[in-house]
Design a protein around this ligand. Structure first.
Ligand SMILES: *Cc1c(COP(=O)(O)O)cnc(C)c1O
Length: 372
């Protein structure tokens, strides 16, 4: 007689595929695969920030639980965002923010909707918690197909809608008025749904729905420190009305943001100017890369308001990704993902990394190869 423990796992969980990030890169690899900031914090301050950070981390009382509410950190973040702290909930990365919000609305027959392709954790989180996931394909140029979304909202009546703004993995920033119309449609016009505007890349887009929070009770804004140099500490946040934050807070596990992360974030937030300068450098590099990539024959580049590009070449995506890997450059191969045939996603790196990328691509595509 054999006992099969796997049978006890819910069918919707067994049907999932675990999220796989690649292994840690080899030393010296040019890491352009995860939309991180290429800059270690403190680089621009010649180590002063690094020293302050080291001291702050050394001072953390590791034998004590962290502040469960992250009061001091929330104060700092709220000030930075121009909201009151009761509009803010901290999460162990936006990934946990997504999970908490889905958990707060989950129930039989309930649904989550998002335009696709998009950030895969929305669908993963919905399915693992037993909700239906409705992916509405994006239209031409990876922009919103508003008619299709409106039809799906009316037909499926989701409780939660995710809009990554700019979107990942496409880099596109949907027209602001189109997003506003979806917010409206979800506020009783076509259905009753919370609309998350996920602003993970706001540092690179410069655009935000935060000013609309007060006038749109169904609006939820997500922020994260992951794409601006702190991916390692896992700090995301939910910004919404105090009433809604109060409800979501009930599904948050106590002490979800650890003491080291809270301390590190506080140091860095006191040096927001460093973070801003780094982001400005990345934006300048994005524009330089964009022009250089567009000048290369055989490459199709999707316009980006984020810190990465989605591109398609006239070779197979796999061939190009392997060619780059052989030259020590890691990118994200989406070429076999739905809606993304042949596509690679490449994060904007530091200037020298971007130079390496450009010459490697020229080399691989066999055109404009360096003659020196
Ligand atoms: C990277 C990314 C996140 C993940 O954020 P974490 O805070 O690192 O969990 C969330 N949303 C989008 C759209 C992203 O691209």
């Amino acid at each position: 007689m054999s006992f099969d423990p796997i049978r006890l796992v819910r069918p919707e969980v067994r049907a999932l595929t675990a999220y796989h990030a690649g292994p840690p890169p080899a030393a010296g690899a040019v890491k352009l695969d995860a939309n991180e900031s290429p800059f270690a914090l403190g680089e621009l301050l010649r180590g002063a920030l690094a020293d302050e950070l080291a001291q702050a981390l050394a001072d953390v009382a590791l034998h004590r639980y962290p502040d469960a509410e992250g009061r001091e950190l929330r104060q700092l973040l709220a000030k930075d965002l121009g909201v009151t702290p009761d509009c803010l909930l901290l999460a162990n990365g936006s990934d946990e923010a997504i999970q908490m919000l889905v958990m707060a609305v989950a129930g039989p027959g309930r649904a989550v909707l998002a335009p696709v392709p998009t950030f895969v954790v929305y669908e993963l989180s919905a399915r693992m918690q037993g909700l239906r996931f409705i992916g509405v394909p994006l239209g031409a140029g990876f922009l919103l197909d508003e008619a299709a979304i409106r039809a799906a909202l009316a037909r499926e009546r989701p409780q939660l809608v995710f809009l990554a703004w700019p979107n990942n993995p496409t880099g596109r920033l949907y027209e602001e008025a189109a997003v506003a119309r979806i917010l409206q449609a979800c506020a009783g016009e076509l259905c009753d749904a919370l609309v998350v505007v996920d602003e993970a890349y706001v540092a690179y887009s410069g655009r935000s729905f935060l000013p609309r929070l007060a006038s749109h009770p169904n609006l939820v804004v997500f922020r994260t420190l992951s794409k601006i140099g702190l991916a390692g500490i896992r700090l995301g946040m939910i910004v919404a009305s105090p009433a809604l934050i109060g409800e979501i807070n009930k599904v948050r596990m106590p002490y979800n943001v650890n003491a080291l992360s809270q301390a590190a974030a506080q140091v860095v937030l006191r040096h927001a100017d460093v973070v801003r300068r780094q982001a400005a450098l990345v934006v300048a590099e994005r524009e330089r890369l964009s022009a250089a990539l567009r000048a290369m024959p055989g490459i199709e580049v999707t316009p980006s308001d984020a810190n990465f590009f989605l591109l398609r070449t006239d070779r197979s995506g796999d061939e190009v990704a392997r060619g780059l890997l052989a030259r020590g450059i890691l990118v994200r191969d989406f070429s076999t993902a739905p809606y993304l045939a042949g596509c690679l996603r490449i994060t904007v790196g530091a200037p020298s990394e971007n130079d390496l990328l450009l010459s490697a691509l020229a080399d691989i595509l066999g055109r404009g190869e360096a003659t020196s």
